[in-house]
Design a protein around this ligand. Structure first.
Ligand code: SF4
Length: 235
């Protein structure tokens, strides 16, 4: 039987009604928490996007952060973001006596270049990005299914440059393909960005200035050689 809240979401989407996914996230967690805290695998692309999720979910669910982002270019920047995230989770756990886990997936950028072939000049937020979300979410959903998580989710809805409805639509699609529940989010609601900034300031978190792929960097006139230089200095 389909989850009643997911059924409600589908009915409302059929009628083109807007959803408040931030509220929906809490409703689903509440519903799933009757006997125990739900085990959630939460995809994050950097420490900044994970920061608020640690605060909002760290105590109410059994949380694992999953860093799977082969879209990030170059590799040294990928490593820098990965280290920033793992350090944040460790420091956050120490500070608040929590036990949030953090795991790192494979770095397979060739697959990212394959799936985005022909879409190199798409604007950020359009078709290339949808495929990039789907490529990553399919991996997250599969990992969650194979490792007995109750559901998977993503922290990237915190980005003010990303449309949470599109991200959640892709999340539901990956969930269907992998036969696991997807927890929709909208972390930018209720001044999410401001709250995330406070957490990042407190823990002195590295903040990147482009989404991740070589195409996004190019469109923002960001020089990859400068990214490499900076990452080397901050090793
Ligand atoms: S701009 Fe960001 S979401 Fe879009 S394809 Fe590049 S890395 Fe992926």
């Amino acid at each position: 039987m389909k989850h009643p809240i997911i059924q409600e979401i589908e009915n409302r989407l059929k009628d083109s009604q807007k959803m408040n996914y931030h509220e929906v996230m809490y409703k689903i967690i509440e519903f799933e928490s009757i006997n125990k805290k739900p085990r959630i695998l939460l995809h994050a692309c950097c420490a900044v996007c994970a920061s608020l999720a640690l605060e909002l979910l760290g105590e109410i669910v059994e949380l694992t952060i999953y860093f799977y982002n082969p879209n990030i270019h170059p590799k040294i920047e990928y490593i820098r973001r990965m280290n920033a995230l793992t350090n944040l989770v460790e420091n956050y756990n120490n500070e608040y006596k929590l036990n949030i886990k953090c795991i790192v997936g494979e770095y397979d950028p060739i697959n990212f270049f394959e799936i985005t072939k022909g879409l190199e000049f798409e604007k950020e937020g359009h078709e290339r990005c949808k495929l990039c979300y789907e490529f990553r979410f399919d991996n997250v959903a599969k990992y969650a299914k194979d490792n007995n998580y109750d559901m998977f989710s993503s922290a990237i809805t915190i980005s003010p440059l990303k449309n949470s409805e599109v991200i959640n639509e892709v999340g539901f699609k990956s969930a269907k393909k992998n036969n696991i529940m997807y927890l929709p989010t909208d972390f930018k609601k209720q001044q999410g960005n401001l709250k995330a900034k406070k957490i990042c300031d407190k823990f002195n978190v590295y903040r990147q200035n482009y989404c991740g792929c070589i195409y996004g960097a190019r469109d923002q006139n960001i020089q990859i050689r400068n990214i490499i230089k900076e990452a080397r200095l901050n090793k």
